[in-house]
Design a protein around this ligand. Structure first.
Ligand code: C5P
Ligand code: MG
Length: 164
């Protein structure tokens, strides 16, 4: 079943959702969306995209999920910048793999209001910078829930990890 002579190639998948509430900034991919009436209710900054990406990375090496390493119950993680989580997770990958290489990352963010299209470049470039990737290897799609889930923001992320 397992052939250790094959090059390492691992798909990753992660998902996250947070309730939307007034008086919170909406942070997506490390970018604060300026025109959002609501933001994510969360102990950290509630960045669903970075959380989904961090879980996707952890999933490639069967390392569990971010709640295990950054428990929401820990007061130390209040309003935590999720870029810190993503960087810590990448470091965990680097500790386990020689020359880890991300082929690409893709994500879908589901949110009814506001439209995020005009922020796509800022979000993609920031995610790319956090992961040390060229922006053309980061594909981000936005979807509405067609009014079926107006109370939360959700992100799903996949990526392909290998070794250079
Ligand atoms: O969900 P739906 O297919 O109706 O979304 C139509 C388009 O609106 C999407 O393809 C995307 O370009 C854009 N969109 C957006 N920001 C959102 C949701 C959708 O820019 N929050
Ligand atoms: Mg549609």
């Amino acid at each position: 079943m397992t052939d250790n002579t094959l090059p390492l190639l691992r798909i990753g998948f992660g998902e996250d959702a947070h309730a939307l509430v007034a008086d919170r900034p909406l942070v997506i991919g490390g970018i604060t969306v300026p025109d959002s009436p609501r933001g994510a209710a969360a102990h950290s900054d509630g960045d669903v995209l970075l959380h989904a990406l961090a879980d996707a990375l952890l999933s490639t090496l069967s390392l569990g999920d971010i709640g295990h390493y950054f428990p929401p119950s820990d007061p130390q993680h209040k309003d935590l910048d999720s870029a810190v989580i993503l960087k810590a997770v990448w470091q965990m990958v680097e500790e386990r793999l020689q020359r880890p290489h991300l082929y690409n990352v893709t994500a879908v963010v589901t949110l009814d209001v506001p439209k995020l299209g005009r922020h796509r470049e800022a979000i993609s470039s920031n995610v790319a910078a956090l992961l040390g990737l060229p922006a053309e290897r980061v594909g981000i799609t936005f979807k509405t829930s067609e009014g079926l889930a107006t109370d939360h923001v959700q992100a799903r992320a996949t990526l392909l990890l290998g070794q250079a």
